[in-house]
Design a protein around this ligand. Structure first.
Ligand code: FEO
Ligand code: CA
Ligand code: CA
Ligand code: CA
Length: 567
């Protein structure tokens, strides 16, 4: 393995080998420690609320760190370090009493699951070993499936989002399936609603509309919410799902602020939201829709914004575009307008997938995170995999042919596409693109499934998902893939975090996570000396270990033992 590691020699760390165990591994000269686990108290009255036997009780469930940590960002709030972090979904088998057998039996059990998801805002501070949560900080906050939010942008007040509980179509409860994240130029948090469809179900006769079918809405809800709460019952509230699947903005500096759903950014299975400032002063947000055969999007504000100005309206008035990748390595952003889609402005924002299909956007191999290079006008999107090309992603979805940007028929490994906007302007209509990496296995294959030239036996991985740039212009890549270490995945081990050099193309393995887990979410302390990394759905009993104990998704702190910066 030393010889393998030497294949990547230009990084500030010595790349590590794969792992197949239940531990976290980081390079020599680095250390890691758990910052917070699901069930850990955010307020002192919830201290000791978690037990391996019973999890947490319903009345403590919105006072603890949520389940299945995902995207996160760290903010400077008057010198205090505040992390806003998503809790994407729950594992009812782990979170509910054993007798429930993985499905809530009562409204109370549904409430518990609702409370363990959403967003946590928490102050953190340096501690003996890494960092700790500041219990009882006035900045701590839990945002759940029941938190009051505002609907803003063109869909506010639309008939499409009116319900019995909200006849005006302007307020909504909850943000759901919070996957990736983003931050605004004015230092608020963006949480991205991904697989929101799974929370809704029909208790009676319900014929799915084409719009529901395209988003996978219908049948039974994944956690039986609809049996205990009419809001999630399509039979009673058919418009409720139209109020989810957005990018939601949260002010981490004000625990009493009302989160705002930004409907102008479109409704789909949002992965993350990468905001950049275009050369012309407009605000651009890149967004992936993570499903086979769906699209890559960008939002461009109508007005410009500059430091010190109010951001009022910047995320409510703009144009949504979907990407078209041409085989000659050029691309176009297709504006989604009534002219290009044949749909009304409100329909475009509510049924964005159908609008992008009508405009002729390029179907993609599951667009996950987008990250933009702070040192260069370019952006990257992880196309995680596409195991079932040719099977229509959803009824009503498009065909998903092999093309230059999605070049492999069965794509178990994934690729990362990068684009350079015309005129170094993120708001431009045209771009040039290339594949930064095609993941693959050079030990098993010697064809296109071996991966691109920058993949070797010492750094191979599959299913890139989370991505973020450090301030030195390095691309950090997190995987959510097959961790069997068998067959065509042999030599890849557990999920991992790698670092890519955008200039040379080199990629080196930095971290591995416990068996079964994916790596998701990455941010740094204000001094850039500590990285925070999310570990979602560990398979064994990490991090507490011990026979019969519950696995606990956690955020981990990683730092250099010499105290140097690396972020
Ligand atoms: Fe929640 Fe597409 O990952
Ligand atoms: Ca993801
Ligand atoms: Ca994924
Ligand atoms: Ca996940």
């Amino acid at each position: 393995t030393a010889a393998r590691a030497a294949e990547n020699a230009t990084f500030a760390f010595k790349p590590i080998d794969i792992a197949t165990d239940d531990l976290i591994h980081v390079p020599e000269g680095y250390e890691s420690n758990v910052l917070v686990r699901w069930g850990d108290a955010l307020w002192s009255d919830a201290q000791g609320a978690f037990s391996h036997e019973n999890g947490v009780s319903v009345d403590m469930s919105d006072k603890v760190f949520g389940e299945n940590t995902d995207g996160m960002e760290l903010f400077d709030v008057d010198g205090k370090q505040v992390i806003a972090v998503n809790s994407e979904y729950v594992n009812p088998k782990v979170n509910l009493p054993e007798e429930a057998e993985g499905m809530p039996r009562t409204a109370e059990e549904v409430q518990l699951l609702k409370n363990l998801q959403g967003v946590t805002v928490m102050e953190v501070e340096a501690a003996d070993k890494g960092f700790k949560v500041v219990v009882d900080s006035p900045l701590n906050r839990r945002i759940t499936h029941e938190t009051e939010m505002m609907i803003a942008g063109p869909l506010a007040g639309s008939d499409l989002v009116k319900t019995n509980a909200d006849p005006m179509g302007t307020t909504v409860k909850g943000t759901m399936n919070n996957c990736g994240s983003g931050r605004t130029l004015w230092n608020t948090y963006l949480t991205c609603e991904e697989n929101f469809n799974g929370y809704f179900g029909a208790t009676g006769e319900h014929e799915a509309t084409p719009g529901e079918v395209r988003y996978g809405i219908g049948g039974e809800g994944r956690y039986a919410y609809e049996k205990f709460d009419p809001r999630y019952d399509l039979t009673q509230e058919p418009n409720e799902p139209n109020r989810h699947g957005f990018v939601t903005e949260i002010n981490p500096a004000d625990p009493n602020s009302t989160p705002v759903k930004r409907t102008a950014l479109g409704r789909f299975k949002h992965e993350n939201a990468e905001m950049v400032h275009a050369k012309d002063g407009r605000v651009v947000v890149y967004m992936g829709d993570d499903e086979r055969g769906e699209f890559l999007y960008k939002y461009v504000s109508t007005n410009t914004w500059a430091e010190g100005q109010s951001p009022e309206g910047i995320l409510d008035d703009g144009t949504l575009y979907a990407a078209k990748f041409n085989d000659d390595l050029t691309g176009e952003w297709l504006a989604l307008t009534p002219e290009t889609t044949g749909m009304s402005g409100e329909e475009i924002l509510c049924f964005t997938r159908m609008a992008a299909s009508a405009a002729g956007a390029t179907t993609m191999d599951r667009p996950e995170w987008v990250a933009s290079n702070p040192l260069k006008v370019e952006a990257y999107c992880a196309l995680t995999n596409n195991k079932n090309r040719g099977v229509k992603p959803n009824a009503g979805g498009d065909e998903t042919p092999v093309d230059a940007v999605n070049p492999r028929e069965t794509n178990n490994y994934g690729q990362i596409v990068r684009w350079t906007p015309a005129d170094e302007n993120h708001a431009a209509d045209n771009f040039a693109w290339d594949l930064y990496v095609m993941a693959g296995n050079p030990d098993v294959y010697d064809n296109e499934y071996a991966g691109s030239d920058n993949v070797n036996a010492g750094n191979m991985f599959n299913s890139p998902d989370g991505m973020a740039f450090s301030s030195d212009g390095m691309l950090w890549i997190q995987t959510d893939g097959d961790y069997s270490n068998e067959g065509e995945f042999e030599g890849m081990g557990n999920n991992q975090m790698l670092v890519g050099n955008p200039e040379t193309g080199e990629i080196a393995r930095f971290m591995t996570v416990p068996y079964g887990a994916e790596v998701t979410g990455l941010c740094w302390s204000l001094d850039k000396k500590t990285a925070f990394v999310g570990v979602q759905h560990p398979g064994g009993t990490w991090p507490d270990m011990g026979e019969g104990n519950k696995p606990r998704s956690s955020v981990v702190a990683v730092w250099r033992t010499d105290g140097a910066t690396f972020g």
